[in-house]
Design a protein around this ligand. Sequence first.
Ligand code: ZN
Length: 503
Amino acid sequence: MKTRVFLFGKVYPRAAAPAIINAKVAVADGIIQWLGPAEQYPVPGEYAGPVALPGFIDSHVHLTATGLDLLAIDARRFSSLSDFLAALHEADREGEGLVRAWGFDPDNFRERRYPTLAELDRACPRNPLWSNHIESHGTLVNSRSLALLGISAGQPLLTGNDNQRARNFFLAAIGAQERERAILAAAELAASRGVTTLHAMEGGKLFHNKDIEAVLALQDRLPVDTVIYPQVLDVEWAWARGFTRIGGCLPLDGSSGVYTAALTRPYYQRSDSGLLYFSRAEIFNYVRQANARGMQVAMHACGDAAIDLFLDAVEADKDRQHPAVRHRIEHFELPRRDQVDRCRRLNVILSMQPAFDWFWGGPDGDYAATLGPRGWQNANPLGWAVAAGLLVAGGSDSDVTPLDPLLGIHAAINHHNPDQRISLEQAVAMFTENGALAAGLGDRGRLEPGLRADMAVLDRDPWEKSRERLKDIAVTATIRAGCVVWRAEPTGRDGQAAPAREI
Ligand SMILES: [Zn+2]
């Protein structure tokens, strides 16, 4: 058993612990053997960077989708709709087959509007088009795609069931090689952000079950550990494949950005209040079946009506839930205050995405537009959740927001509503130890002897950086099970991924 000794300027063994200055970490077989002040450990160490934290855990990643984006046109690169349309046109001219784009958000364009169907047809006259909305709850298509889908929408933005159908159709058409390339690329991106474990939300209605099989097949080749949440309704299907978790981002409702998150009140200055994609009986039955197998259930619930429904289902079968299993709510984006207490009573874990507030919070943001000048303030209520003592795991929901835990931490301590801000310790815990607990992983999330040697190495100490600048900290290396799986360029420039294997 070969021991490797790393030397750091300082190490934070966990979010709430003081730093060990000039620290050594001795590792064998991927497990920490010893950790403490360098002078107490007589074996020389290799210098591995200024500041080490437990490796980041992103608790909500659409890994295949994130990777497919890396291979598609990025709409966020363009500041005008006409430039975006020109890029689509070039791809349509050059290639044969589906034209793919992602990250579409009309607010990012000078024109601040959606394209018309005629414009998209002019941009892509030859090939079908699939452009993701910034979230996966809306899809832009051209007439060729509408014909393939058999949808006579008459307009290019598909939401609700049409969106699910479109996404499933296009994802089925992605070839095995492209899917594999996508997953590898996304995992390398994760490693470059200090992530050592991620919860991969794969398959299901908004995606494709081929994604589950592909991530499973690739797991041993990835530079990060993946915990798969199969987003399927068939509990026995998942159980037969050895899964002990089910659901993930399985959508109980939609997203407030396209007015489909299910609320108990109407949207601001509108009469509609969102959509529930499942009946009460379906969800009750789902939770009951999963409990019978002792499986953890996770579900996407954004609006308070969706959250009510999930909590009702959990409560109804509480007596049969395995005592060691805790179910989780993904997003918990627009809850009521009373639902926080109910989550605590029912021992439910929250998996939240602070960057939602970073991008869409504030008096001029998206939430203010859809929920009104007061309604936005308690969207993504991290303050409520943490104050109530709930276990809150942090995620990006990548590709919805960037796969970047430091951005998530930054967003959590800078919530637009000061009442919903949490401390740096709490924010770092969200993206380390809480992420481990949310998936029932007892072997990581903290740095101590006997646990996995997973570390994110940073160029600066987050506790010495001002609150406003935290997201500017760079990851200089990522160590997973005692192996350096990613290292920044020696110049300190970020973004140049080294080979995924030991370097
Ligand atoms: Zn998601």
